[in-house]
Design a protein around this ligand. Structure first.
Ligand SMILES: Cc1ncc(COP(=O)(O)O)c(C=O)c1O
Length: 482
């Protein structure tokens, strides 16, 4: 972990790497951004990357690779069946997770599809600390239900709670009794809980949850996509874990679960995914689903080059110099915004800095998607692309009414090893400008609303001419070309 001391100033987060390949950025003039926002239907997923200055949409598949990851790609073995690349990957996973059986899949949601297809029956229930969009969509597609039992304190935007992803254990027992254990398809714990601000879950809570699950004979599943961030926080925030290495903490966590799946777009810094299954019989009964949906069992829809890179990336996910950089940049960003009075989720988590839109633009009603509007304002005012994580990312109730999200967040992701501190400073500065002009931001409404995962492909429009007025104020401040 960087502990670089400074002579003349307070320490700042340090990049423990140097840049060897770069991608040129483009800052469109303000009026062009306004046009692009209309072209994209006020949905940041629909923007073209060439029209974006700071792409902070996600950390998924956009993390920088190391020289070692890139060079490993050269030895990829592209055999359809029996690829040596697969065996290297499987062996590395067994070495770090201690689980022998591995089902490869093309990305995280493919794992979720396989798990839901195998375990979820109509009206069965999956208990989780908190849902992730695609995890939930696969469960509800099969007419299952999701029960989110994150402790109430985890949903308080501003706090100093170190592990906001922890599950409420009393609610867990009560829920199992109400549902009956037979009707619980599995219990899913998400590391680095994405939708509540990349907030970690403590090892002690995971242990308690899995003990309760065992008592009732319920299968436990860990979503390890954001595990590297979670491990960082376990090490620096959790009593009794400070002297453990990330590898030791990972193994302690892994030992608790029956099944572990991950998006390799996050965990492993490449593009792919997979499911680790502890029980041999269970593994064999699930394995048919891989050739059916993904590809043969020794590549699972992944590029073999990516698999080689990921195998190196797994080790890098356990290197404190590497996994500390994201959380430290996020902490820096969150603290500065907090000092400016901007409503942010505290403490900073992994994944990105999260603006609390419920408070930031409190004048916008939830049915007009406050976080969706704020994310568009951030693109208009600085070319910064974030992601809406609020009501727009929910699906409607069966009766067609809106399901209002418990949190309205704008995520400004900090993909690992990608942005510098000066770029982070630019983002902090523009967020402050937008905050000081927040009253100018108005709501959005759908003009095309897909039934499933509407945030990906939905088309919206502003409820008034607020974008034009906001851009005029922005140009008056910074000039036409910014
Ligand atoms: C916690 C979590 N689980 C699952 C997924 C799905 O992974 P993928 O994007 O690889 O399908 C994501 C993606 O963002 C995630 O953050």
């Amino acid at each position: 972990m960087p502990q670089i001391k400074f002579y003349k100033r307070d320490p700042i987060p340090m990049e423990m790497h140097k840049v060897k390949i770069v991608q040129k950025l483009n800052l469109l003039p303000a009026d062009e951004r306004l046009k692009k926002m209309y072209d994209a239907g006020f949905n940041t997923f629909q923007l073209h990357n060439g029209d974006i200055f700071m792409d902070m949409l996600t950390d998924s598949g956009v993390n920088a690779m190391s020289d070692n990851m890139q060079s490993a790609m050269l030895r990829a073995d592209d055999a359809y069946a029996g690829s040596e690349t697969f065996f290297r990957m499987r062996d590395k996973l067994e070495e770090i997770f201690g689980i022998k059986y591995f089902l490869p899949a093309h990305q995280g949601r493919a794992c979720e599809n396989i798990l839901a297809t195998y375990f979820v029956k109509p009206d069965s229930c999956v208990i989780m600390n908190y849902h992730f969009t695609t995890a939930k969509a696969h469960i509800t597609r099969l007419k299952g239900r999701v029960e989110e039992l994150v402790a109430d304190a985890g949903l308080i935007a501003k706090s100093d709670l170190p592990f906001k992803g922890d599950m409420d254990l009393d609610k867990l027992e009560a829920c199992i009794k109400k549902e009956t254990p037979e009707n619980v398809a599995f219990i899913r714990i998400e590391a680095g809980t994405n939708l509540i601000g990349g907030q970690p879950i403590s090892y002690s809570n995971m242990k308690a949850v899995t003990e309760i699950a065992k008592k009732y004979g319920i299968v436990t599943v860990m979503d390890a996509s954001l595990l590297q961030d979670n491990i960082y926080f376990n090490k620096i925030r959790e009593e009794g874990l400070k002297d453990k290495t990330p590898a030791e903490i990972l193994r302690m966590i892994a030992d608790l679960f029956d099944i572990i799946y991950f998006s390799g777009r996050k965990f492993g810094f490449a593009r792919g995914g997979g499911i680790l299954v502890r029980d041999e019989k269970l593994f064999h009964s699930m394995e048919d689903l891989v050739p059916m949906f993904e590809g043969f069992l020794t590549y699972g829809g992944m590029s073999v080059k990516e698999m080689e890179a990921m195998t190196v990336g797994f080790d890098e996910s356990l290197d404190m110099d590497i996994i500390s950089q994201g959380p430290q940049f996020i902490d820096y960003c969150v603290k500065k915004l907090d000092e400016y009075g901007v409503p942010v989720i505290t403490p900073g988590g992994g994944l990105g800095a999260h603006l609390n839109a419920m408070e930031f633009v409190s004048h916008i009603p939830q049915q007009q998607y406050p976080a969706g509007a704020l994310v568009c304002a951030m693109y208009l005012c600085g070319g910064i692309r974030g992601m809406e994580r609020g009501t727009l990312s929910e699906e409607r109730n069966a009766d067609g009414s809106e399901r209002f999200a418990s949190m309205e967040l704008v995520r400004l992701a900090l993909p690992r090893r990608v942005f510098t501190l000066s770029q982070t400073e630019y983002v902090i500065d523009r967020v402050k400008w937008v905050y000081d002009h927040r009253e100018m931001i108005g709501g959005l409404r759908f003009t095309h609303e897909p039934a499933t995962l509407r945030f990906f492909t939905g088309i919206l429009e502003p409820v008034s001419d607020w974008p034009e007025k906001l851009i005029a104020a922005y140009k008056a401040e910074f000039g036409e070309d910014q």
